[in-house]
Design a protein around this ligand. Structure first.
Ligand code: ASP
Length: 480
């Protein structure tokens, strides 16, 4: 193979419509080829799109042209020619021109891919797609999904930082179990035998501590880890959310910020989408249940229209719900579980109900719903340690369980500002924007439905030495 090839002056498919008559160097992959014997055509793919390359007999490049196969990696030097009017192809980015190859270096050959890269892979089986994800990501649809994901995240970062004075802060991944109601991923500690870190289900407690620390406006594109079975609208294992928290705000401030941010995002990045109703409807939980019999109604006029975006807020949730047998809090010994999480504040006028009829108390929880999918939730938080204690008692926490939150209650003794936030999920949101049916279509390296990675082949067994170091004895017998 050719190493150390000079790539100077390389141009991209997106640039060459303007370079008629120029001699240029282009690099990329063979997307498709049409060998007419004398004339050979290929579509060369780079990160911006396709370029038609023509090999004319007698050029040096033509001598190699018959050897080309799809996905070979090439460096081609040649001249940009204008296409005749009739041959203009508006489907490709460089469709007004073509490259007439003069010299060519085959930088690398390729085996025949397990599926066709110049077609959508939605119908290829999941195992094959994920095992060869790097090839799947070469397809136009997948590459576009990943690039749009980047743009959405970039937009959010830019907006919150430059327009709204937020700062992004990374919080620990090796953390302590955050009781968001799901099962934790545990990481054994080598230094502290028998003890475990937990991967964060969300940065909930850290972001509240950052409010105590005085940052006032925090966000993070935050990875969250929950050991739950796969669900239609959540990728198994891990997902990303726009985690956000603000001090000295009321619920309305949070709702308005997100509404402004997402409206601006849609207008800028998805100009062909239409937000059905602005301002977004705000429905009380009780009313939504009465009217739609669910707390995530699809308010689109045409339920099949993927370009229609019907956002709405659900507010005035009950603070508690009855505990069920499968509830995370079951075993805490009482009959109530938080509807959202245990840091959510009761509505001011309902605080007194905590002593008399707590199941009737409403909270400052807000859920963001888009086209019938819950895409985020948050709340104004409790900032009065006495109310926090009371909520713990109502859930039925034992003194030992309460002690798990001692750090938060302690922090709240040092001047905690009133605060609240939200954490819209990014995967679900981007999936809807991109009109994809499955969340894995907008994640570069997702896990399978049964929580494996066929590409890296994880999870795997580890060596006895590794296990010994972290003081773990595996009960399960190896299956060969
Ligand atoms: N931590 C919550 C969640 O992940 C969101 C929030 O209350 O801000 O659902």
């Amino acid at each position: 193979m050719n190493q150390g090839v000079n790539m100077q002056n390389r141009v991209l498919s997106s640039e060459i419509n303007k370079l008629v008559g120029k001699t240029v160097t282009m690099c990329g992959w063979v997307h498709s080829r049409r060998d007419h014997g004398k004339l050979v055509f290929i579509d060369l793919r780079d990160r911006k799109g396709l370029t038609q390359v023509v090999f004319i007999p007698c050029s040096n490049a033509h001598k190699l042209a018959h050897e080309l196969r799809t996905e070979y990696v090439l460096k081609i030097e040649g001249v940009i020619n204008k296409r005749p009017e009739k041959m203009i192809n508006n489907k490709i980015i460089s469709g007004k021109v073509e490259l007439e190859a003069k010299e060519m270096v085959i930088l690398n050959t390729s085996d025949t891919p397990p599926f066709e890269i110049n077609k959508d892979t939605v119908n290829v089986d999941e195992e094959t797609r994920l095992k060869y994800r790097y090839l799947d990501l070469r397809t136009e649809r997948m590459a576009n999904n990943i690039r749009m994901r980047h743009k959405v995240i970039q937009f959010i970062r830019e907006y919150l930082t430059n327009k709204e004075d937020f700062i992004e802060i990374q919080t620990p991944i090796l953390s302590k179990s955050t009781p968001e109601g799901a099962r934790d991923y545990l990481v054994p500690s080598r230094m502290h035998a028998g003890k475990f870190f937990a991967l964060p289900q969300s940065p909930q407690q850290y972001k509240q501590l950052l409010m105590v620390a005085g940052f006032e406006k925090y966000f993070q594109i935050a990875p969250c880890f929950r050991d739950e079975d796969a669900r239609g609208d959540r990728s198994p294992g891990e997902f990303y959310q726009l985690d956000l928290e603000m001090s000295f705000v009321e619920q309305n401030d949070i709702l308005e910020l997100i509404e402004k941010l997402y409206t601006s995002l849609v207008k800028t990045l998805f100009p062909n989408h239409k937000i059905t109703t602005s301002p977004w409807p705000r429905l009380k939980y009780d009313d939504a249940m009465k009217k739609y019999n669910c707390d995530k109604p699809d308010l689109r006029k045409d339920k099949n229209d993927k370009k229609e975006l019907a956002f709405c807020w659900i507010i005035d949730f009950p603070l508690f719900q009855k505990q069920t047998k499968d509830d995370f809090f079951h075993g805490a010994g009482n009959k109530m579980a938080p509807s959202h999480h245990m840091f959510t504040a009761p509505k001011k006028e309902d605080v007194k109900l905590l002593d008399t009829d707590p199941l009737k108390a409403r909270s400052y929880q807000h859920d963001l719903v888009l086209n019938g999918v819950e895409i985020g939730g948050g709340s104004i938080r409790i900032h009065d340690p006495k109310i926090q204690e009371k909520v713990f008692d109502l859930i039925g926490f034992t003194p030992k369980q309460k002690a798990q939150f001692a750090h938060l209650l302690k922090a709240f003794e040092f001047g905690v500002p009133p605060h609240g936030g939200i954490a819209p999920g990014l995967d679900r949101f981007i999936r809807l924007l991109q009109g994809e049916d499955a969340i894995k279509e907008i994640i570069a390296f997702p896990l399978t439905g049964d929580v494996r990675d066929p590409l890296m082949d994880s999870p795997t067994e580890v060596s006895q030495k590794q296990l010994d170091e972290v003081h773990i004895e595996v009960k399960f017998k190896k299956t060969k």
